[in-house]
Design a protein around this ligand. Structure first.
Ligand SMILES: Cc1cc2nc3c(=O)[nH]c(=O)nc-3n(C[C@H](O)[C@H](O)[C@H](O)COP(=O)(O)OP(=O)(O)OC[C@H]3O[C@@H](n4cnc5c(N)ncnc54)[C@H](O)[C@@H]3O)c2cc1C
Length: 299
């Protein structure tokens, strides 16, 4: 039996799948197997199969924070968005969400249930798993503020980990230092609020994003974390990079901490070259060490 046939017992499997179809930058080489497990049990068996065949793998959410190289990846990407995306909302504000849930959809559902605390997430095009991994946040809030526990598949066992054990920090969580752990679900706590207030806040945040971010172009949100000295966008502006282009990769005219894939003509290498150039100049001219927020995979 071929590996694909074996995996297909437990999942929908795409072979030689271009990663450009699964990342918001619209770049990335082909991956041998792109896998949508049927459910949690299938996921565990799939990991066993990949490990026994020595096939490297990554878990991916919606690809909205990933710069995947142009090279082929002789391994597997496991994606939970299609099949492990259920969520449950209790009256007291307890929310149980599987990792594959869209965080935007979850914030809308929270609003419909008069629950406040997720308004900041209504413009972040990621999954619950990706948001936990990144401790995604905006407008002075983040996942850490609402997470109580996370259900994790680690070392072949399923455990619920308490928020205080997840090493949350600015765009940081324990999952970044344990890349073999798989986030399966989480328990959040939201507060009861007034529907109109929640809806108004989400509307105003959406308007602010539309006005300040290049949402009409392929991108992956903020490229760099803000250094202590000043916001990353300001530093990039001061260095004169706004609008600067390498190949099809361009520092957005609208928001200089965003790099966009201009007319879908960028390669992953163009984007990486631009990132490296900005980092080099920040170090040379300002002595500032810029750290990327975007994750670089398969380089
Ligand atoms: C237009 C735009 C605006 C954005 N605005 C913001 C913003 O305001 N604030 C912000 O914080 N981010 C923002 N982002 C970045 C991005 O959306 C977030 O970081 C998001 O949380 C990433 O989720 P994802 O599902 O796309 O993760 P991916 O990009 O698919 O993955 C990111 C990392 O998470 C890991 N991961 C994903 N799922 C799992 C899982 N189940 N188990 C283990 N590891 C997992 C992956 O392996 C990878 O290392 C923006 C992006 C875009 C394109």
């Amino acid at each position: 039996m071929s590996i694909k046939d074996k995996l297909a017992i437990y999942a929908q499997v795409l072979e030689e799948e271009p990663m450009g179809k699964h990342t918001t930058y619209h770049v990335g080489g082909d991956v041998d197997y792109y896998i949508y497990p049927n459910n949690g049990t299938s996921l565990m068996r799939i990991i066993n199969i990949l490990e026994s065949e020595n096939i490297p793998f990554f878990i991916m959410g919606r690809g909205s924070n990933i710069l995947f190289s142009d090279k082929p990846f002789h391994g597997a990407i496991i994606n939970l968005d299609r099949t492990m995306n259920d969520f449950y909302i209790e009256e007291d504000g307890t929310v149980i969400a599987q990792a594959g849930c869209s965080i935007i959809n979850l914030s809308v559902q929270a609003m419909k249930n008069n629950l406040t605390g997720l308004e900041w997430a209504s413009g972040i095009p990621g999954s619950v798993g990706g948001a936990l991994y990144m401790n995604a946040g905006a407008y002075k809030s983040n996942m850490e503020a609402i997470v109580e526990e996370v259900c994790v598949l680690k070392n072949h066992s399923i455990v619920w980990m308490k928020a205080e054990d997840l090493d949350f920090g600015y765009r940081h969580s324990i999952f970044q230092t344990h890349k073999d752990w798989v986030i399966l679900a989480c328990k959040l706590h939201l507060e009861l609020g007034k529907y109109e207030d929640i809806a108004d806040l989400m509307d105003s945040r959406r308007a602010r994003r539309m006005a300040s971010q290049p949402l009409d172009k392929p991108c992956a949100g903020s490229v760099f974390r803000n250094p202590e000295q000043m916001p990353a966008w300001k530093l990039i502006d001061e260095m004169g990079f706004r609008g600067f282009q390498i190949g099809g990769a361009k520092v957005s005219e609208k928001h200089s901490n965003f790099i966009v894939n201009e007319n879908n003509t960028a390669s992953a290498s163009d984007i990486r070259d631009l990132i490296d150039l900005i980092r080099r100049q920040a170090k040379e001219k300002y002595g500032i060490h810029l750290i990327t927020e975007v994750e670089q995979l398969n380089w």
